[in-house]
Design a protein around this ligand. Structure first.
Ligand SMILES: NC(=O)c1ccc[n+]([C@@H]2O[C@H](COP(=O)([O-])OP(=O)(O)OC[C@H]3O[C@@H](n4cnc5c(N)ncnc54)[C@H](O)[C@@H]3O)[C@@H](O)[C@H]2O)c1
Length: 498
């Protein structure tokens, strides 16, 4: 079992064992020392206590199975997070089963197909060849060494957390959970979810009467939380280079999760509880949300002052410390930044606490689509046209560049706002040939070819897809409203950077 606990709680494939200076790891190394002793002590304990009943595997066996790739990994939710994660494990020679309630996704995957643009069908086929399969049958949970949950955590109509997917998943898997299994929630949520919802529901629904093991001596299943940090469309940082934060409800949960994630991530950062892990993810996203709100506000001031905010940011980021660049835009999008902060503000109310930064940032960011629409109206006015009856082409439906995800996209809000003010709106997005009905919108539109640009009164650049030729777009447009600085370097009286 050498290397099972590692020299500290920052597991890293051994490659970075001495490279503990970056990213605050010095702190973790000191903090983790006591666990090392505790874990080393515990190894002997496992060997003395022997098998753990139903499955016949000791915790040491289970960790060894992770290391030798014999472990079976079940991933629940074959979406933007779960499917790439399944493929990472499959690449590392694990037998992976993907669970999803959407029969179309299950069939597509089993047929070697993909429904996410950046994942090629060949990648799915390769994984299928390596044993990856999809199912909707929760009874198969029993065969898994570890189960990772990646289901949606949206907001409800009152902007409160909607944990129905998490609850539904836990209730479905609870009867099948076996002794010694590791269950990890990856869905973003408020601190306390694992302890207050996941564990009680697992214990209540387990047909074997198992409980979560909270100490080395206790038997049962092991529960952890590990936030997903994927950044879709980011080709700069490889997924396995993003350190994985892990919190467990007991030491064995942490060890199992560390062993599992160490196989696909170069570095695993263990923290002292599931709540710390849950809060870590929220801090990361709130940090982004607040800083984006700040630059969105400064952009509006800079426009009034005749200063280019992008030039300011470019200059500020030359400072080698104490500044990180965030960029203004037309509003927040995606399944994370517009949603996650509200999970914390909701939870804070239970503690009679108001998260004013979060609320202010949310308010500023939510105003941005309205600001852009006002700017379009002003831009048309400068050309003696009015918004009512104007033909507007929106470029980019996705919430950010080069991805096929339009959840919470500000483009959808802007299209609806422009329409409500009497504009005739079309869109172009290479990732969405059509757009129909979603949770918050019902657009029913077809992507307009770019060779029609000149027939519109204004072109609104909502995201900076790299496939667009911005110079050609500027040349053909009558008016360009650029919310992303996509036309940087192009001098033209037709461009309004907003
Ligand atoms: N998309 C991202 O970039 C990103 C990044 C970091 C974290 N997250 C978080 O990861 C979680 C998942 O997000 P996503 O973007 O993958 O969502 P998604 O909607 O793309 O995928 C979720 C999948 O779960 C399936 N599902 C729902 N309920 C289920 C159930 N009971 N059993 C089995 N499958 C079920 C859905 O059919 C869907 O395929 C969310 O909490 C999100 O906040 C997402």
């Amino acid at each position: 079992m050498a290397g099972l606990a590692g020299k500290n709680r920052v597991a890293d494939h051994g490659k970075h064992e001495n490279d503990q200076k970056a990213g605050g790891a010095e702190f973790r190394r000191d903090e983790c020392a006591p666990l090392t002793c505790c874990l080393n002590g515990r190894l002997k304990l496992y060997i003395i206590h022997g098998m753990d009943g139903l499955s016949g595997f000791t915790p040491n066996d289970r960790i060894r199975r992770m290391q030798t790739r014999e472990a079976r990994i079940g991933i629940i939710g074959m979406g933007y997070v779960g499917l790439p994660l399944a493929l990472l494990f499959s690449d590392e020679r694990f037998k992976v089963t993907g669970f999803d309630i959407d029969p179309a996704k299950v069939s597509a995957l089993n047929a070697g197909g993909s429904y996410i643009v950046r994942i090629e069908p060949e990648t799915i086929k390769k994984a299928r060849g390596a044993g990856f399969r999809a199912t909707a049958d929760y009874a198969e949970i029993e065969r898994m060494d570890a189960v990772i949950i990646c289901v949606p955590t949206p907001l409800d109509e009152h902007s409160d957390p909607d944990l129905s997917y998490v609850r539904g998943t836990i209730e479905s898997i609870a009867p099948h959970v076996r002794e010694g299994q590791l269950i990890v929630l990856e869905s973003t949520t408020y601190p306390g979810t694992t302890e207050e919802i996941v564990i009680p529901l697992l214990e209540k629904g387990n047909k074997r009467g198992l409980k979560a093991a909270r100490s080395e001596e206790q038997t049962g299943f092991h529960v952890g939380f590990s936030p997903e940090r994927e950044d879709p469309g980011n080709d700069v940082v490889a997924r396995h280079d993003i350190p994985k934060v892990v919190g467990g409800c007991g030491p064995i949960a942490v060890e199992l999760a560390t062993a599992m994630y160490s196989s696909i991530f170069r570095r695993v950062v263990a923290v002292s509880s599931t709540s710390v892990a849950e809060m870590t993810k929220l801090l990361e996203n709130i940090y982004r949300c607040v800083n984006i709100a700040l630059v969105n506000e400064l952009k509006q001031l800079c426009m009034r002052m005749g200063i280019d905010i992008h030039e300011v940011i470019d200059a500020a980021k030359t400072k080698p410390f104490g500044f990180q660049a965030f960029y203004p835009g037309p509003g927040l999008g995606g399944h994370c930044i517009p949603i996650d902060p509200y999970y914390l503000s909701w939870k804070a109310r239970e503690f009679d606490f108001r998260t004013r930064f979060i609320e202010l940032a949310g308010e500023l960011n939510a105003r941005m689509p309205y600001f852009v629409v006002d700017q379009v109206s002003t831009g048309l006015n400068e050309q003696s046209k009015c918004l009512k009856g104007a033909k507007i082409l929106v470029l980019g439906l996705a919430y950010k560049r080069d991805i096929d995800d339009l959840r919470e996209s500000p483009s959808l809000t802007i299209i609806e706002l422009l329409r409500s003010r009497g504009a005739e709106v079309a869109y172009n997005d290479p990732y969405f040939p059509t757009v129909g009905r979603g949770r918050h919108y019902d657009l029913n539109m077809v992507s307009t070819p770019l060779d029609k640009v000149e027939t519109f009164d204004a072109t609104v650049i909502m995201n900076d897809h790299s496939s667009y030729d911005y110079r050609a777009i500027e040349e053909k447009s009558k008016l360009v409203m650029d919310t992303r600085n996509a036309t940087k370097g192009i001098q033209s009286a037709k461009i309004v950077r907003c």
